[in-house]
Design a protein around this ligand. Structure first.
Ligand code: TRP
Length: 335
């Protein structure tokens, strides 16, 4: 790395579905921290979303919502390049060159591809097969080395490293290897409200708190969380679904509040109804300002247009530099 130059962070944000508390604590909060220390590129993966043939009438709305929600969570379009994948044409060019270095066999073995084939055997298109190649292009386009992603993306990152190395061996050194990066800490998992697993887009909607949920819905979801009649022995071990409620409280409630309920639990005088009421109010206080900010941004089309163009301009500048190196290395310059 050049001296004095900041390390480059790149990540893609899916443009489908609503953001939930798991996305916030697991990912976005990390992005917000990274924007202070690194040169950051955060991209809405709208081209990737086409692999599953969505109704394209919804694209604009989805993209606006994802941008608004991320900004509402603290991502600063002045500090990072926040842009849409489809606005950077260089991505498509690099993707095409990388496709010559990606083998059918390895693409077919990708876990996410096999899962898609299993779920949608009627739509096994080439874009789906080469999804990891497009993802590699997203990352390598900025010669990023740090990629904040969850465990489910490890295989895609390993493939990105392979494509980068193959390019370097065949044509000459252009790309550094990208690695998953989350400040060296275990990613926070936000437990689901139904007592098992974590909050996620695809599973039980009622067990997941979305950043767009209104106050009443938040209260309703929290009050439905699974509890029991409480411990009968002092200092009992908590069953998982109770531990989950404490863990949720750890994320949004004040330390004294948490300490009170911990003590009540240990003394067998805990009232889960009261605990859930408290948690519900703390969740409302946490989510409401984010929801309101996101809503205001979503309705400000002039602002969204401005930040998209600003983000695209920053991303293009970096992309142009890389593509110049790429074309030169590949011998595609004939004059
Ligand atoms: N595949 C990623 C996901 O499903 C999204 C993504 C697209 C991405 N391009 C990327 C992540 C580049 C990191 C880097 O979440």
């Amino acid at each position: 790395m050049e001296k004095g130059k900041k390390a480059i962070v790149m990540s893609g944000i899916r443009s489908t579905g609503f953001l939930h508390l798991g996305n916030y604590f697991g990912a976005i909060r990390n992005y917000v921290r990274m924007q202070e220390e690194y040169e950051c590129y955060f991209m809405v993966a709208d081209i990737h979303s086409l692999t599953t043939h969505p109704d394209t009438k919804e694209l604009r709305q989805n993209v606006h919502r994802v941008l608004a929600e991320n900004i509402a969570c603290g991502l600063d379009p002045e500090k990072v390049a926040l842009y849409c994948q489809s606005h950077i044409y260089e991505t498509a060019e690099l993707y095409m060159y990388m496709n010559m270095l990606a083998y059918k066999g390895e693409l077919e073995k990708t876990v996410t591809f096999k899962e898609k084939v299993r779920l949608h055997p009627e739509n096994v298109n080439a874009g789906l097969l080469t999804y990891p190649v497009l993802q590699a292009a997203d990352i390598l386009l900025h010669r990023a080395t740090l990629v904040p992603v969850g465990k489910d993306q490890e295989q895609h990152l390993e493939m990105s490293r392979n494509f980068a190395n193959r390019f370097n061996h065949r044509y000459g050194e252009v790309f550094p290897e990208p690695f998953a990066f989350n400040f060296g800490e275990e990613l926070i998992k936000v437990p689901s409200l139904d007592g098992a697993g974590k909050m996620s887009k695809s599973e039980n909607q009622y067990a997941t708190l979305y950043l767009s949920d209104d106050d009443e819905l938040i209260r309703k979801k929290v009050m439905k969380a699974k509890t029991d009649s409480g411990p009968t022995e002092p200092f009992s071990v908590k069953p998982e679904y109770i531990e989950n409620i404490f863990n949720l409280m750890r994320l949004v409630s004040a330390a004294e509040v948490l300490a009170k309920f911990e003590a009540d639990y240990d003394n067998c005088i805990i009232r889960y109804g009261d605990m859930k009421k408290q948690l519900a109010e703390d969740m409302v206080a946490f989510i409401r300002p984010v929801r309101e900010r996101a809503e205001a941004i979503r309705n400000d089309h002039a602002y969204l247009e401005r930040i998209m163009e600003m983000g695209a301009e920053k991303a293009r500048e970096s992309a142009r530099k890389t593509m110049d190196l790429v074309r030169t290395a590949m011998g595609l310059k004939y004059y």
